[in-house]
Design a binder for this molecule. Structure first.
Ligand SMILES: C[S@@+](CC[C@H](N)C(=O)[O-])C[C@H]1O[C@@H](n2cnc3c(N)ncnc32)[C@H](O)[C@@H]1O
Length: 403
């Protein structure tokens, strides 16, 4: 076993409260997840491709699941070791303290993946891990057969360069499932990516925000939830909510703290437009479900008719790509409209997520200040960031404030 690499630790037959958690993220968003974890008070955060690992306690699991906006899922690390043979995988998996997490009536499944490893057969790795965990639980609980009627434990075995990482999923459904989006528009963004786009922008709750092609309103709903300090997971359940290893009080406390942290009276300036009336209707329903319908004004409008009279603001948008929906000439017209509207509006920061690398050729206000490579539903996309001039500080004497 790799020294010091077990996640779940046990002493005198009792599970120790300190654990290692892994928040997974879409490639390119690891840094955003790290910043979110820092804001939640975590330190010693390590990042690798798609993985953000940090030290925590079992009681942190509720808070992390409730609050992380841009992560896909949160896993509890059980162990990590080198395994070149199935025997090694079996023995070292069996040696881990599964019984301190998985209850006698626990229902568990094993998922897997393997990259650049000798043990390349994912189904064989899954079967070996399942067998090892069953053997361990049989010995610990002195039973031959498990009812599997209790809480769910989804074990993940990830082989990377011959190192096996064993984790259990604390989230259940992916964290993008906030529970508000019943109504889909065309090609909606994942909520986790939409939240990350907002977190990567200059927007804050005091500033004006517009998405002129808002689809089902995901970017704006996520922004409103950020602006009102609403925990994105408050309206859903998590797999680990039923685990006896996590004190029920930790869940109650985290949910209560999230309730009281909300800022219901905050006034936000958020506007969403779309050409498609059905999308606008979907936005309104989604915003009601999310509890932010008073914070966003949705209106049917063609981006060509967008008229801006404010000097400062933020645009975050995800225009049609062409690959999935609109035609190229229509898309070019959209870019040209954006260029015409914003070429002289230097106080506006513009953030555009698109797979179309031609975008900067049409939006010519300046070269993008930053281009981030991200993935949207498996498609490589660029997040073009054009920074606007800063608005005057609210308390500058004699200067009218407009954000
Ligand atoms: C990729 S989708 C946006 C998805 C959105 N970000 C979401 O998460 O649901 C692009 C949207 O642009 C809208 N659209 C296309 N042409 C437009 C135009 N000329 N003016 C305004 N909206 C337009 C489409 O109706 C579609 O909803």
């Amino acid at each position: 076993m790799l020294a010091g690499k077990t996640g779940l630790r046990k002493k005198n037959n009792r599970m120790i409260n300190e654990v290692t958690l892994i928040a997974t993220a879409t490639f390119g968003l690891e840094m955003v997840v790290k910043s979110e974890l820092k804001a939640l008070g975590f330190e010693n955060i390590k990042m690798s491709d798609g993985i953000v690992e940090f030290e925590a306690t079992l009681a942190d699991i509720p808070r992390v699941n409730l609050w992380l906006r841009s992560a896909d899922r949160v896993f509890l690390k059980i162990g990590e070791f080198k395994a070149l043979t199935f025997d090694e995988l079996f023995e070292q998996t069996k040696a881990l303290p599964w019984e301190s997490l998985i209850t006698e009536d626990g229902k568990f499944t094993v998922k897997g993946k393997s990259v650049k490893s000798t043990l390349g057969s994912v189904s064989a790795c899954q079967a070996i891990v399942k067998k090892a965990v069953v053997e361990k639980l049989k010995e610990e609980y002195h039973v031959e057969w498990f009812k599997e009627t209790g809480p769910e434990f989804t074990i993940q075995v990830s082989m990377l360069k011959d190192v096996a990482l064993l984790t259990v999923d604390t989230s259940g459904a992916g964290l993008h499932r906030r529970g508000y989006r019943g109504q889909f528009g065309e090609a909606p963004l994942k909520e986790t990516l939409a939240a990350a786009l907002v977190l990567l922008s200059f927007w804050n709750k005091d500033r004006l925000l517009i998405d002129p092609m808002c689809g089902s309103g995901t970017i704006l709903i996520e922004a409103a939830m950020i602006g009102r300090n609403m925990a994105p997971g408050l309206k859903r359940e998590f797999a680990s909510e039923r685990w006896p290893a996590i004190d029920k009080k930790a869940w109650e406390k985290a949910r209560y703290s999230a309730q009281v942290a909300m800022e219901p009276d905050r006034k936000l300036q958020i506007f969403g437009y779309d050409l498609d009336e059905k999308s606008i209707q979907a936005c309104r329903i989604n915003a009601v479900n999310a509890g932010v319908d008073d914070d966003i004004v949705f209106e049917r409008k063609d981006v060509k008719d967008l008229w801006i009279d404010k000097q400062y603001g933020i645009i975050i948008s995800n225009p049609p790509y062409g690959i999935r929906i609109s035609q190229f000439s229509e898309i070019n017209e959209i870019y040209i409209s954006l260029h015409k509207t914003f070429k002289k509006k230097k106080g506006w920061s513009i953030y555009i997520l698109t797979a179309d690398e031609m975008f900067p050729n049409y939006f010519k206000r300046a070269q993008p200040d930053r281009v981030r490579k991200l993935f949207n539903g498996g498609i490589k996309v660029n997040y073009y960031q054009y920074y606007g001039e800063r608005p005057p500080l609210p308390d500058t004497p004699g200067v009218p404030t407009e954000l």
